[in-house]
Design a protein around this ligand. Sequence first.
Ligand SMILES: C[S@@+](CC[C@H](N)C(=O)[O-])C[C@H]1O[C@@H](n2cnc3c(N)ncnc32)[C@H](O)[C@@H]1O
Length: 271
Amino acid sequence: MNLNQAIWEKGDFTRIAASMRESGEALVGTLGVKKGLKILDLGCGDGTTALPSAKLGGDVLGVDIARNLVEAGNRRAREFGLANLRFQHGDATNLSELPDKTFDLVISIFGAMFAPKPFDVAKEMVRVTRTGGRIVMGNWIPNDPTLVAQILKISAAYTPPPPAGFISPMTWGVEANVIERFASAGVPQDGITFSRDTYRFNFDGSPSGLVDLFLSYYGPTMNAFEEAAKNGRADALKKELYALFESQNTAARKDVTSIPATFLRVTVAVN
Ligand SMILES: C[S@@+](CC[C@H](N)C(=O)[O-])C[C@H]1O[C@@H](n2cnc3c(N)ncnc32)[C@H](O)[C@@H]1O
């Protein structure tokens, strides 16, 4: 069994993605998407960035390892009447079904970072981008004080250590690693730019309500919760997450949630 696939097919990431739509749309608004631009959204989920890219006229293919999310994405494309948006199953570590130099823009917002074999992932992203094209990644940053890095840090304390050789997805949030991975795919350092950006998790309910969604539907947190339960620590994990989400909530009302999270935005020029 492919564990990477299993973790994302567990639960239902669409329930979390619903809180990320505004930021996805805002990010896409900065990418200069024009009618007919050929776009690959890699690790696209149910289309938080793929769908607004298609609304702006891009010719968009979403690729994701989770079959339930591919299905959900295609359903959303139909609901929005977007014939220029389709989703298919695929693995960022090996995109052999996609020809070389196909896309003007490869987007991967908190997507490809979760695939194993980061050097293969960088190579594949570069290979399918046409000369003169761009890759834009959004990667969470290890040890960052904002939401996502803290969820992962807290969860890690309740789970057994990963197997030897495991490369944390969070290593994609370190500039030196990104440079090394794209260098091995033939991209010089001066073709890569970095900036810090912010996503907001907006939820029409209390912060603890959003935690409950993570515990019930977000694969990595579900796994941590199951592991914690085995040691009688499920309540302790829940309590830590409630405290985290409450302390980071910036909404004026307590029964509504809006939490910012910082990420590393990476832009790669492929020449
Ligand atoms: C945190 S979600 C982000 C989804 C989407 N980009 C968004 O912004 O809503 C991570 C996504 O990466 C996908 N993913 C993880 N490993 C992958 C791989 N090896 N190949 C393709 N997609 C992968 C997961 O299935 C999941 O949809």
